[in-house]
Design a protein around this ligand. Structure first.
Ligand SMILES: [Zn+2]
Ligand SMILES: [Zn+2]
Length: 238
């Protein structure tokens, strides 16, 4: 965008930091001020190679977390960008419940920061975790699809809405790990005419990784449909 035009916009439509509400100095800074950006903890240290869970920074590479060793999920590789707390949690809530689509500037900047890590997804097919149609209608959009669109642009891939959620599942927030697993079993299926291609790299996209039950159920569905290479991507973990 032209600098003059941006100054014009800043003058008439001043922007404020999403977290501390301080006025933002320039269009270039997105919607998180420098101070708050420093407090935004990123998962760029050691992490589980399978699900992306942040682990101790000194953790050796190729380490797999205890959960993945126990569950042996249907996906092989996972990336997550930040813990689901503090500014990270607020970031997700703004996107999900407050139509915070303006945060795409910040999200693109985050993707840039993680470019080398995200390069494993290059040219992949990004599959958003679907919402039940009632919830989709209620919210007006699927946040996972919104994230998948931006991520696919960064990774020169494409988005394919190939999964459907057949049952309206109750919120997973207060469920135990076992209850979550039961809650999402047999919930997802492939859309009628969609089949998975063995050589395609499928990347399931969701906003938050909690126990991984939903993502694993989706990965299992893709696997049954013939997918061989399945990864997961979530913005937050926790
Ligand atoms: Zn701030
Ligand atoms: Zn793991």
């Amino acid at each position: 965008m032209h600098a003059l035009w941006m100054n014009f916009l800043d003058f008439f439509f001043p922007r404020f930091c999403m977290h501390c509400r301080r006025p933002m100095p320039s269009m270039h800074d997105g919607f998180i001020c420098h101070l708050c950006a420093k407090a935004f903890i990123l998962s760029d240290g050691g992490c589980c190679q399978r699900c992306g869970r942040p682990m101790l920074p000194e953790a050796a590479e190729n380490l797999i977390c205890a959960d993945c060793l126990e569950v042996n999920p249907s996906f092989q590789c996972g990336i997550t960008l930040f813990p689901y707390k503090g500014i990270g949690k607020e970031f997700i809530h703004l996107i999900k419940y407050k139509n915070g689509h303006f945060l795409k500037y910040n999200l693109r900047a985050l993707f840039k920061k993680f470019t080398s890590k995200l390069s494993v997804f290059k040219g992949g097919t990004f599959v958003p975790v679907p919402l039940h149609y009632l919830r989709h209608w209620q919210r007006g959009f699927n946040q996972s699809e919104w994230i998948a669109n931006l991520l696919s642009q960064h990774c020169q891939g494409k988005v394919k809405n190939m999964l459907v959620r057949r049952r309206y599942t109750r919120s997973q927030t207060h469920l135990t790990r076992e209850e979550r697993k039961v809650n999402v079993s047999n919930v997802f299926s492939l859309k009628k005419r969609d089949v998975c291609t063995p050589h395609v790299h499928y990347v399931l996209v969701d906003d938050v990784f909690t126990t991984g039950a939903t993502l694993n159920a989706c990965a299992g569905t893709l696997q049954k449909g013939g997918a061989q290479r399945i990864s997961i991507f979530t913005l937050a973990h926790g």
